[in-house]
Ligand binder design. Structure first.
Ligand SMILES: Cc1cc2nc3c(=O)[nH]c(=O)nc-3n(C[C@H](O)[C@H](O)[C@H](O)COP(=O)(O)OP(=O)(O)OC[C@H]3O[C@@H](n4cnc5c(N)ncnc54)[C@H](O)[C@@H]3O)c2cc1C
Length: 546
């Protein structure tokens, strides 16, 4: 059996058993087994601290059981109509793939653009929140853009990258980790930022030195053979840059004295290591030192050239006849029964007219905080899960600036961390070496920080963002300009960052209504998750027709 046949067999066996006569409980169990119910780390969060699902190790997706377009029979959708709610990545993926299967697709999108949480802000754009409107006054230049939602793509998000390839969306490296970036904590190192390379080097140094000492004192004799001890000592010497006595005396990896920011023109004695006690006292590991080890944060990371919205724009260009813009869904109703079961969706157009679309099937990708207030005929179990679905409070603040981080600090891309509300500063990977750039001055996603950020007016976010960032870059206030922010919980038709509840009932159909969206995937908070969720929903529709 070929790989493909075996994959089809497994999936089909699952679908045949479950899809036609499925009960909610059985389906949840079955879908969980196929890994669509458990979340790993979302795009902003570190698995170590901010994600409620963080204690669960990432679960591998069993590749052979993932629904894939290649498995769906050609023309299975002929003479069938599907109405898709929302033109984000999930909705557009579903439409793009279902169109190929012969379905007649209509997408109802509340706003005048496709992409949802994939949104790139440039000169002249507006950010409208529930209680404010901002206009972007960045200079008009190709690299001066702000990815207000999705901003980076892990190299193993192969479905999303597959669409980039298929649609000719040019991609380039996104620099996520940078040893020249800074760690800052108001309660450590006298409130002074430390360069990542020094904290990393010194912490590895001390860990290696202590472990080598334990080995050399015989503390691990019961655990290791003589050969293993020798090999481990060799490993530690390289891991920690220990000297011939297995002592850590600093390392060139940490930079050179007086040149921490500016490289290594004068090589000499190593920079004096941060004393071990001070390092431990600082609780440096809270500075997200290990963030970039998460599977979804590892190099290589990628981004579309010119802004993340190149991806939704590419989908959009292939769905010009399917998407109805400015169509705010107001009611989701079930019609008929048995063989005649269908859906009727009411929506309001931009002039306030009430219109409706009837179809055989509905795929609903509307985010749960919005969906819970739309009149519907969902089952009580579906309604309850929608009402209780929680979302992150993600917010971002961007500035235009001369690239002082490149010219003064040799920082090209990457992220600095602080324990203040702004949480992160992102240095742009686009336009390296040019004069101006867009600096992300805050990326908040924790509940407390996110709520505080959200509660501020846009100008208060700018003021407090500048104050906090000045603890990391003392010249910040004199450099940055044209600040603009977004708080996703206040964006109409989104009302949240990304889902972080565990989905179960919503993974099942509700008569002829199916649900999709990043929140219903194993990769919550990622575009790849939105695609996976769309595949899952389409798969259930296809199974129903077989
Ligand atoms: C701050 C932030 C950072 C992120 N960073 C990354 C990242 O670096 N990499 C990554 O891959 N992903 C990232 N993500 C996640 C990614 O953006 C999402 O997972 C993905 O875009 C979600 O797609 P979706 O189709 O499920 O939902 P959405 O994009 O939310 O699409 C839903 C659509 O439904 C529409 N809608 C809502 N209500 C109605 C209604 N009543 N009637 C009609 N239409 C309606 C909305 O307008 C929207 O277009 C980030 C998200 C956020 C918020």
């Amino acid at each position: 059996m070929s790989d493909h046949q075996s994959s089809s067999f497994n999936r089909r066996a699952f679908l045949e058993k479950s899809a036609k006569t499925i009960t909610a409980g059985a389906a949840i169990q079955a879908l969980s087994a196929f890994s669509f119910a458990a979340a790993t780390t979302a795009c902003g969060s570190s698995s170590a601290s901010t994600n409620p699902a963080s204690t669960t190790p990432p679960q591998p997706i069993p590749r052979q059981s993932m629904p894939r377009p290649i498995d769906w029979p050609a023309n299975i959708g002929a003479s069938k109509q599907v109405v898709i709610l929302g033109a984000g990545i999930a909705g557009m993926t579903a439409a793009f793939e279902m169109k190929k299967l012969g379905f007649s697709c209509t997408i109802l999108e509340a706003t005048s653009r496709a992409g949802g949480r994939v949104r790139t802000i440039r000169n002249g754009d507006q950010i409208i929140e529930t209680d404010s409107t901002q206009s972007c006054v960045f200079d008009d230049s190709p690299e001066l853009y702000f990815n207000a939602g999705a901003a980076r793509i892990p190299h193993h998000h192969e479905l999303l990258l597959g669409y980039c390839r298929q649609f000719d969306v040019a991609i380039e490296p996104f620099i996520n980790e940078n040893k020249s970036s800074l760690f800052h904590s108001a309660s450590a190192f006298n409130n002074q930022p430390k360069i990542a390379r020094q904290v990393v080097s010194d912490s590895q140094g001390y860990i290696g030195e202590l472990l080598a000492s334990a080995i050399n004192q015989g503390a691990l004799d019961n655990d290791l053979s003589t050969t293993e001890k020798n090999n481990l000592l060799g490993l530690l010497q390289q891991f920690a840059d220990l000297d011939s006595n297995f002592s850590y005396q600093g390392s060139s990896r940490a930079g050179f004295p007086g040149q921490e920011n500016i490289g290594s023109r004068q090589r000499g004695a190593n920079i004096t290591p941060i004393p071990r006690g001070e390092l431990l006292q600082s609780e440096f590991w809270q500075f997200k030192l290990d963030f970039f080890k998460d599977l979804n944060q590892q190099a290589a990371m990628l981004q579309p050239v010119g802004g993340m919205d190149a991806i939704p724009k590419a989908f959009e260009a292939r769905l010009t006849n399917e998407i109805i813009y400015d169509a705010v869904v107001t009611q989701i109703r079930k019609t008929g029964s048995g063989e005649n079961a269908g859906v009727a969706i009411s929506y309001q157009d931009v002039t306030g007219n009430q219109l409706s679309v009837a179809a055989d099937f509905c795929i609903c990708t509307i985010p749960a905080p919005v969906l819970k207030d739309i009149a519907n005929d969902f089952s009580a179990a579906h309604q309850s899960e929608i009402a209780n679905f929680t979302y992150s409070r993600a917010g971002k603040l961007a500035f235009q600036s001369e690239r002082f981080w490149e010219t003064n600090h040799n920082i090209y891309g990457g992220i600095s961390w602080t324990d203040q509300d702004i949480t992160q500063i992102w240095y742009p990977s686009a336009g390296l070496g040019q004069s101006q750039g867009i600096l992300l001055g805050a990326y908040t996603f924790g509940i407390v920080q996110g709520d505080r950020f959200s509660a501020q007016t846009p100008s208060a976010r700018i003021a407090s963002g500048i104050t906090q960032a000045s603890a990391i870059h003392s010249n910040f206030s004199s450099q940055v300009t044209n600040g603009i922010s977004i708080s996703w919980p206040k964006i109409p038709f989104q009302l949240g960052g990304w889902g972080n509840s565990q989905a179960s009932v919503l993974l099942t159909e509700d008569n002829n209504i199916f649900f999709a969206g990043e929140h219903l995937s194993i990769l919550q908070g990622w575009q790849e998750g939105a695609i996976l969720s769309a595949y899952s929903a389409v798969d259930l529709v296809v199974a129903k027709l077989q």
